[in-house]
Design a protein around this ligand. Sequence first.
Ligand code: NAP
Ligand code: MG
Length: 498
Amino acid sequence: MTIDSNISRTDSEHGSSDEPVFTTGLLINGIWRQADSTFTDLNPATGQPLAEVSDGSAADIDEAVAAARAALNGEWKTTPGAVRGQLLNRIADLIERDGAYLARLEALDIGKPLAQPGMLDVPNAAATFRHFAGWADKVQGTTIPTGGAMGRPTLSYTVREPVGVIGAIVPWNTPLMIAAWKIAPALATGNTMVVKPAEDAPLSILHLATLIVEAGVPAGVFNVVPGSGRVAGASLVEHPDVDKISFTGSPEVGRHIQISAAQTFKRVTLELGGKTPQIIFADANLDAAIGGSAMGLFFNQGEVCAAGTRILAHRSVYEQVVDGLAGAATAQVLGDPFDGATTVGALINEKQQKSVQAYIEKGKAEGARLVAGGETGKSEGFFVRPTIFADVDNSMAIAQEEIFGPVGVVIPFDTEEEAIRIANATPYGLAASIWTSDVSIAHRVAAEVRAGAVWINGWAAIDPALPWGGMKTSGIGRELGYAGILANTEEKVITVVM
Ligand code: NAP
Ligand code: MG
């Protein structure tokens, strides 16, 4: 066990014994060290200890912020965009080199089937670094003609400067990918950072940190302090020398962060939860709609902010959709994330498992018809079987609240107007799917749905070039694409009075 690297292996990789497999440190100013105390991160598929993780304190956050502030004013300040771009491309190369290992870390730490991070999280993280590598030397200002000032002609131009020191707070469901969405645009535009991973899944971000060091990013530009939200997270949000918080997580914590950040006028972007409707019209290709909706429900155990958990089906195809989704739920293979046959892994922890089970009981008590799943399905680990409720009214708790587990509700509708009304009738507005072969229905409904992303005949067609973020309770601001450049820069106008 060493403390100068982030992750050192101490036992068999699956964590089936009582001893943690990994021990980890924190990265401040280019140096790995351990914190004064640690916490235990569990393997969700076994319930056994997986890692002993350094528990960052307020003092550790303070030191990391000081390192990031110093680095902002150091060689990083004059590092040309083209060089920042080369560094980001190198990080992408290293993510690809270590892709299989990163996928294993995600599967171990989160309990998701190994194939999923291999297919999505790892390539998306690499692609995100490449996308923003391309932006790094193309962030431009404008010249703005005006009528002059006090009778004298003027020349006005704008520049985009880094926001400064950015605190990034990441959830546990897809940590590598979400961290990449925050880190790549921030570094591309010349910011420095302190990242706080989630207690339940810090390992992939800690390995990514070693890759960022290996790529040659100067010391202090990128710091990682794992720890609790209550201590490390809150210290970052309250810190007077942090300029912006980029947060992905729950609405409850997001609200608290916005209130707290207001004390120091920090910029915030909040990517919060969702209750994504998937609207299936009578003319849809039903096989594609049912298959796509099922993927939107069960991918990553339903622990996805954009999980398509409310299936709105036209009454003429309603029973077919219910039967199809019930069949798809029953066909999912629940089990060991490292077994190639597994399609649905474990939920992140016991609290989440109990919360999802409580929603299932609430659904039954509210009078919804359980057509698949409902049980945990396994004696060890934090599993819940893929579950479908039919005959759901949109006012029920299972239709209104984010469950963050493999639970879908199917709601009938009669008209396009009713579908739109139900789709919009939750506090959330992150995403929506529309399944139809009528191009006019598709665009009419897309225009009316209050959501940051709308997918027509698909689900979760995400890309680093496309803006990502929500309306209403789903959050404030956008990440990725050009929106990611704007969110990580301040615009300054300079006027010459001639
Ligand atoms: P969470 O409880 O809000 O935690 C998110 C992060 O915030 C964790 O790192 C957590 O630390 C930290 N945190 C907790 N309390 C804090 C505080 N007082 N101050 C600062 N930081 C604090 O959310 P979660 O349960 O991890 O993730 C699930 C939620 O995230 C769902 O609502 C989901 O929809 C949302 N999500 C949204 C998106 C999106 O793009 N919109 C993507 C993924 C997930 P700990 O380590 O202590 O937990
Ligand atoms: Mg974990």
